[in-house]
Write a protein that binds this ligand. Structure first.
Ligand SMILES: NC(=O)CC[C@H](N)C(=O)O
Length: 391
């Protein structure tokens, strides 16, 4: 493994204004883009070919630096609609090609200006295919991404910074991305020519626990006919029950489910015991698993993209899904009475579960897509059917 002296001896190539330094001492130079400064986190790759704005605003990417496997990122620019959360969570991004001027009727800004406005550090002009292979073969590294227009890099200090990052295992990050106030969500899904809609006359009441919820999940719930009351991540079970919901939704979110589960699992257990219809997505699904007595584990590189095939074991149908997870529920830890409902056809990881005698289910992937195909939207209907049957 390279040491500080090896790193101090490295001379950046001419024109290098950004560098990625891993905790293991690997160094990758490129050209800086977006905000200047230093970003610390776990480096992961996403294989989606579209929807970079949704990916970069997904709160589940807190404390992560994203490299896109698609080489041309930025072609459609940025617009104020394709935003999954207003607070920045991802730390930065790494791109193959230079960011070019936008060409899309919805663009209001170029990607470069948008990255700066969100404080996202970026690096372009690097071999993202080699970086992706490295992540695939050796796992997702902790690293520091530094953008300095003068190209002054203290590489040993950057490596130390990467080493000081504790890694995602054991990290509860929901407080940094959850809402702070209870509020009602009324926006519905985007339609071409109309944009987002506003809900009218919802017939069911769902409380969504916000561990870092993507907006499109809330829109899908609103479009499925639910009045959606969004509550902060640490809301007590009794306060949720006092809102008299017909069902409770457990959102996606960043970090380690076992760490966030320390405060969230007792709340989820109480709701399950109460007989409440429950639907969990990603982090919400993982913590539902923990509440039922299953275990979660950290995957070597995780699943991130918009092209992951999943089989619904309850219908035999295969759907192409959107994913972003680095942890998963361990199949062999599922207790009696909890059934696996979905499985990844890429690597056989458990992607969904349900409780046999209660109205409780969750999926590991992202049925709201954003970005990605809409094959899995049926799950919102499955939730409202459960609510209606439990009424
Ligand atoms: N999208 C999510 O909710 C991600 C859940 C969790 N942080 C993981 O990486 O597995």
């Amino acid at each position: 493994m390279p040491d500080s002296a090896d790193l101090a001896a490295l001379v950046p190539p001419p024109g290098a204004t950004a560098v990625l330094v891993t905790a293991g001492g690997e160094v990758l130079f490129g050209r800086g883009a977006g905000a200047t400064g230093v970003a610390v986190g776990e480096v992961v790759f996403n294989t989606a070919m579209t929807g970079y704005q949704e990916v970069l605003t997904d709160p589940s990417y807190a404390a992560q630096i994203i490299t896109f496997t698609f080489p041309h990122i930025g072609n459609v620019g940025a617009n104020p609609e394709d935003i999954e959360a207003t607070t920045p969570a991802a730390r930065g991004c790494i791109l193959r090609a230079d960011i070019t001027a936008p060409s899309n009727f919805r663009a209001r800004q170029g990607l470069e200006a948008w990255l700066i406005s969100r404080g996202l550090v970026a690096m372009v002009g690097v071999d993202t295919r080699a970086l992706t292979r490295r992540i695939r073969d050796l796992g997702a590294p902790n690293a520091v991404l530094c953008h300095d227009p003068d190209g002054n890099f203290d590489l040993p200090a950057l490596m130390e910074k990467a080493r000081a990052f504790p890694g995602l295992e054991g990290l509860d990050l929901t407080d940094s991305v959850s809402c702070t106030q209870t509020h009602v969500w009324t926006q519905t899904r985007w339609e071409l020519g109309q944009g987002y809609g506003e809900q009218d006359a919802p017939s069911r009441h769902v409380v969504a626990i916000d561990y870092g919820a993507k907006h499109n999940i809330l829109r899908c719930l609103a479009s499925a006919g639910c009045k959606v009351t969004v509550v902060p991540a640490r809301t007590a079970a009794e306060d949720i029950l006092a809102l008299k919901p017909d069902g409770v939704f457990l959102s996606n979110g960043p970090g380690d489910p076992a760490a966030t589960g320390r405060h969230a699992v007792p709340v989820i257990k109480r709701l399950i015991d109460h007989g409440m219809p429950l639907f969990g997505i990603c982090l919400g699904h993982q913590m539902m698993g923990l509440a039922l007595g299953a275990k979660t584990f950290k995957m070597a590189l995780g699943h991130r993209g918009a092209n992951h095939p999943v089989k619904d074991l309850t219908t035999g149908k295969v759907e192409i899904t959107s994913m972003n997870h680095g942890f998963a529920v361990a199949r062999d830890s599922l207790p009696a009475g909890v059934e696996e409902t979905h499985v990844s056809l890429f690597d056989n990881v458990l992607e969904g579960l349900k409780v046999t005698d209660r109205p409780v289910f969750g999926v590991q992937y992202h049925p709201e897509a954003s970005p990605g195909p809409q094959d899995s939207h049926y799950l919102f209907r499955r939730f409202t059917d459960l609510i209606d049957r439990a009424a």
